[in-house]
Design a binder for this molecule. Sequence first.
Ligand code: PGA
Length: 249
Amino acid sequence: MHSVRSPRVTVFPDARTAARVVAARLASALQENPSLVFGLPTGRTPIALYEELVRLTAARALDWSKVTTFNLDEFVGLRPEDPGSYRRFMQEHLFRFTNLDPQRINFLVGTANPEEECLRYERAIAEVGGIDIQILGIGTNGHIGFNEPGHELDSLTHLVKLRQETRRSNAAFFGGNIDHVPTEALSMGMATILHSRSVVLLAHGESKAGCMARVVNGPLTTELPASFLQLHPDADLILDAAAASQLTH
Ligand code: PGA
């Protein structure tokens, strides 16, 4: 008998191989349970995963019609159709290649009243019975969603003031100009994320090596929000060789 450990750490030689393996697993999960509820991230990291999922959607004729999705976060002030919105990002990279029912695509609306919108989102997640598989990227400072390091973390979906470093890493999605990156966002909270039945975090590249070493080998701390995944009973950390280069064991 071997012990079941979580988070499980898996290292792939490169990001493309990681994306291929994770996409194949997600496709199989979807085929087994056509009513899966996915939590989805945006950013550079999941792009290869979405490309592979799009490929498998065509190759295996995946049926997304009963799938429900909840994205992690959205910028405040942007409308869903705005070019820099995460809603638009998802449309371009994944949704338009699937037969997802638009009614089952859940997104935080950046132009809504923030307080009411956060409550609405939590209720919507509860109404479908929670998230089955939450996919995550990670910021170089250890943030997940827009849960930034600090003395305390918010548990539920909430309004966030974005840090400069986070705005800087999003500038690429706004023509390279940090001044065009919104200053606030709405984000699922730590409990929202940790309540998902399973979590798959992807990390690629050397810039993530330091924070991944702390997530895997370091103490649990609000100064590194992703370290809370140490508490999750079914979490996978999927790294490429560069992101794993500072792991000690
Ligand atoms: P990235 O961002 O995938 O673009 O590196 C991840 C994040 O900041 O959560």
